[in-house]
Design a protein. Structure first.
Length: 470
């Protein structure tokens, strides 16, 4: 996913109304770095340190300079950065295999020391190809930094074939469960607090829907995907399953497993019992859904007609009511894992680099407390407000009542089917079949058990046909 980057040049020249504010913060950071002895200054005899050239793979030179050029120049004045541009490699019109082939060729030819990747799949592919260094040794030597890094990012970065730490991400994108504090107060219902499971949240949402006596058509929860099938998919992601009930690595449908039956029963019952009013019980294409919560966007939640909604950190900031937020929905097994946790971009070291220690020093600095404090001091106009630093000291310095909740979550376990993928046609065929069976169950055209049986049989036929093509 493409990142929004802060607009600043190597000299710290900014475009926009916060020019002076940012320059002051940069000067403060530079002063702090000098006082802390982190800038690679001259030695005691005043002899200038040897200047080193570090090759950095990034989208292009402007991209690197705009986002971390000032940070690196401040901390490492004797390091000259040579950017190995990768923008032409990440052509998403090409297949993942072709992009990987081109990226491998670029790394082998350009021999970058520090590798910045904005695509999590590409990071994992490079790790699996043995092109990246394991960072565990370096991190083990820095106990303070290791204790300050959000554990969820360490888990995300170890999602590769070896389960090793081949990269770090300085920021990540969390979710929160937002709620309309005024609506809950008016209805006399306690708002959500702490991490809840989907079943618990849906019970609370049902109370909101059934307690409202206005003519607004208030619902307790505004979903991100339509219908009971969409709700089941969201629940499944939280529980560590795929969006649909199958495992390609095993070549089997899993709709008849106890876990998936529980998911489907919870989702269908929530529609049957009026949690969403009459919405979504017939034509799911007409069901109102949650927006991204950006400024200017409207949905039932921004209109004050929904009690709760899941959204990215920093969303729904311009609503007219008192906004509340708590940790996102969690899995039932551990009550600590949530879907939607994703990294911003990754920083890695090329395997075999002669400047691995210097590369690590830059990674450690960007991941460290100083950079986190600078981020906390920046106005949201200079930050991608959906991202928070992976360094957890951020929550001690930023003025945000919601930020502590985001560090309480861990990423949901994600199943891995290796390189196996369904064709888009087969994927759509399974999706359509599942929605039809759910709709028939909601309209009492079949029992729940019959629905599960038909899902299992039809889905298995599709899988068998598709996997034979491999």
């Amino acid at each position: 996913m493409k990142r929004e980057r802060v607009v600043l040049s190597l000299e710290g020249q900014l475009q926009g109304r916060l020019h002076g504010t940012y320059r002051l913060l940069m000067l403060m950071m530079r002063a702090a770095l000098i006082l802390a002895g982190l800038t690679g200054c001259a030695d005691d005899e005043g002899v200038a340190a040897e200047r080193q050239v570090l090759k950095v793979l990034d989208s292009n030179e402007l991209s690197f300079n705009m986002y971390y050029g000032d940070y690196v120049n401040a901390a490492f004045p004797n390091v000259e950065i040579e950017v190995v541009p990768s923008a032409g490699i990440m052509d998403y019109k090409k297949s993942p295999e072709e992009r990987l082939k081109r990226m491998k060729a670029l790394i082998e030819e350009g021999k970058p020391d520090l590798i910045l990747i904005q695509d999590q799949d590409m990071y994992e592919a490079l790790a699996n190809e043995g092109l990246l260094d394991d960072l565990s040794f370096f991190l083990s030597k820095d106990k303070t930094l290791a204790s300050h890094i959000y554990p969820g990012i360490l888990e995300e970065m170890k999602r590769n074939r070896d389960g090793l730490l081949y990269g770090l991400s300085p920021d990540w994108r969390p979710q929160l469960l937002y709620y309309n504090e005024d609506l809950f107060r008016d209805l006399g219902i306690e708002p959500p607090s702490g991490a809840m499971t989907w079943a618990e949240m849906l019970q609370l949402a049902q109370r909101v829907t059934l307690s409202d006596t206005s003519d607004k058509g208030v619902i307790g929860f505004l979903p991100n995907l339509p219908g009971a099938g969409g709700l089941a998919s969201l629940m499944a992601l939280t529980e560590g399953f795929d969006i649909y009930p199958y495992r390609l690595s095993l070549g089997m449908m899993t709709a008849n497993t106890p876990s998936w039956q529980h998911i489907y029963k919870t989702a269908i019952d929530s529609y049957r019992t009026g949690t969403f009013g009459s919405i979504g019980t017939e034509d799911i294409s007409k069901q109102p859904l949650a927006s991204e919560g950006d400024q200017g966007q409207t949905d039932l939640f921004t209109q004050g007609r929904a009690g709760m909604v899941l959204g990215s950190y920093g969303a729904y900031e311009d609503v007219s009511f008192k906004l509340g937020a708590t940790a996102p929905l969690v899995d039932e097994a551990t009550r600590s894992r949530s879907y939607g946790v994703s990294s911003g971009f990754t920083m890695s070291i090329r395997a075999g680099s002669s400047l691995s220690k210097l590369s690590w020093d830059i990674i450690a600095f960007v991941m460290g407390d100083y950079a986190s404090k600078v981020r906390a001091g920046l106005d949201k106009g200079w930050n991608d407000q959906r991202l928070v630093p992976s360094n957890m000291t951020y929550m001690e310095t930023v003025r945000d009542p919601f930020v502590k909740s985001v560090y309480e979550q861990l990423p949901a376990y994600l199943p891995s089917d290796g390189d196996l993928k369904l064709s888009s046609e087969a994927y759509q065929e399974i999706a359509g079949m599942l929605n039809r069976e759910i709709a028939d169950q909601l309209m009492d055209k079949q029992t729940f058990d019959q629905m599960i049986e038909r899902m299992q049989e039809q889905g298995q036929q599709i899988l068998d046909r598709e996997l034979k093509k491999e």
